[in-house]
Design a protein around this ligand. Structure first.
Ligand code: CTP
Ligand code: MG
Length: 385
């Protein structure tokens, strides 16, 4: 995975509160441990925070849930578990006390129940901490508002003045620790901004993100995603003397090879773009920039394995891949089965799920003149659960 710009903004610690009961979901398991889009809810934001460089990440969990939490978070670096409290505020306070002996400069406090955590939100929050001791992500209210009393409208409120508040919320560490120490733990707090404000901290409002929605009710766990997704990919590389020819993960003896980024395996590149396209994850260049020296001469197979992993992480299985290699020479037929096997192994599939076809362009155009090879791919993804 490519380095993320937020890593330049480290160090900061994170707290994830995951000690609630999730009663409103009606699920048999607290919602933070339930599977959602292929992974436990809690793991989604923990992975994002780890990737953004948060260290340590203190996770507040219900009493006795250590094993369950450790299973959800296995393999993530810098995670510490702490037992949460009766209220969300008490859970945050317990996590902050765990950081207090070795205090970080800054901390992001996040609800486990908000699995999708866009990097841009983290960047904006940490940016705002340069000037403010606290920063929270907010969204505008678009509907008009009514004050409800006994089932009837008792008044209204000016939506222009109001904002919907999300997490993560960002704080300089000492002030938020003090604010929680001053808070009366018998009192509920909706979030840490309320605790911070009671202690007199100035709080910057940064732009939130609709994707940060908190999973709250049973319907939030019903799959709203489409059953099927498709993606297409296309790539071209130039043929040159003195280069090795790699096509669909197979090395082919030929007078010329392909030149370009990595090993220039045009077939794998088209396939990777199709997979990334199907899950809306950009393209091969955004994951493995040609400008990055670590990918010079790299085997493209690792790009395919990575893209297939992202597909699974998004909660999809690859149903089938159809690849067309467009060239005058070499002949693809003799290598077809080896290519299918190799692609299947790299993507964690059965070779029956992969088709490799080839065509010439009747000696027309750059492929016809043997100046380069083109490839196009179509993939179909299906939902896993
Ligand atoms: N939370 C916590 N400790 C508590 C209560 C809540 O760590 N004593 C956490 C939840 O796990 C959740 C976040 O605070 O990640 C936001 O709370 P909420 O959405 O209300 O979750 P629950 O309290 O678990 O759900 P419910 O209110 O439906 O029981
Ligand atoms: Mg609650």
């Amino acid at each position: 995975m490519s380095a993320l710009p937020t890593q330049a903004l480290t160090p900061f610690a994170a707290v994830i509160v995951a000690a609630g009961k999730g009663l409103r979901t009606g699920l048999p398991l607290p919602k933070q441990f339930a599977r959602w889009r292929g992974e436990p809810v809690l793991r989604h934001s923990a992975e994002t925070l780890a990737q953004a460089g948060a260290a340590p990440i203190v996770v507040a969990i219900p009493p006795g849930a250590d094993e369950l939490a450790a299973e959800c978070l296995h393999g993530l670096p810098g995670v510490l578990l702490v037992t949460g409290g009766e209220t969300r505020q008490q859970s945050v306070a317990a996590a902050l006390e765990c950081l207090a002996p070795n205090p970080p400069a800054r901390v992001l406090i996040h609800d486990a129940a908000r699995p999708i955590l866009p990097m841009t939100v983290i960047e904006r929050l940490l940016g705002a901490l340069e000037k403010y001791p606290a920063a929270i992500p907010v969204l505008p209210v678009v509907d008009s508002l009514a004050v409800a009393r006994d089932g009837a409208m008792a008044g209204s409120a000016a939506r222009e003045e109001l904002r919907r508040v999300q997490t993560p919320q960002a704080f300089r560490f000492q002030p938020i620790l003090e604010a929680h120490r001053q808070w009366n733990p018998a009192r509920e707090a909706g979030d840490d901004a309320q605790v911070a404000q009671a202690a007199g901290l100035d709080i910057a409002l940064t732009e939130g993100d609709e994707r940060l929605r908190k999973l709250t009710f049973s319907e939030d766990f019903v799959q709203a995603r489409p059953l099927m997704r498709v993606g297409t990919g296309f790539d071209v590389h130039r043929l040159a003397e003195g280069e090795e020819l790699w096509l669909a993960g197979v090395r082919i003896d030929h007078s010329h090879g392909l030149s370009g980024h990595s090993d220039a395996d045009v077939a794998i590149h088209a396939l990777v773009d199709a997979l990334l396209g199907a899950i809306g994850e950009g393209d091969i260049g955004s994951h493995f920039p040609p400008s990055d020296p670590q990918w010079r001469g790299a085997r493209s197979g690792q790009f395919l394995t990575h893209a297939a992993g992202l597909v699974r992480k998004a909660g999809y299985e690859i149903s089938n891949c159809d690849l067309t290699i467009i060239c005058e020479a070499p002949r693809i037929g003799p290598h077809r089965e080896a290519m299918r096997r190799q692609l299947a192994e790299l993507a964690g599939l059965d070779s029956g799920q992969i088709s490799v076809k080839a065509t010439t362009t009747e000696r027309l155009g750059f492929t016809g003149r043997k100046e380069g090879i083109a490839a196009e791919a179509v993939v179909c993804l299906i939902r896993e659960d």
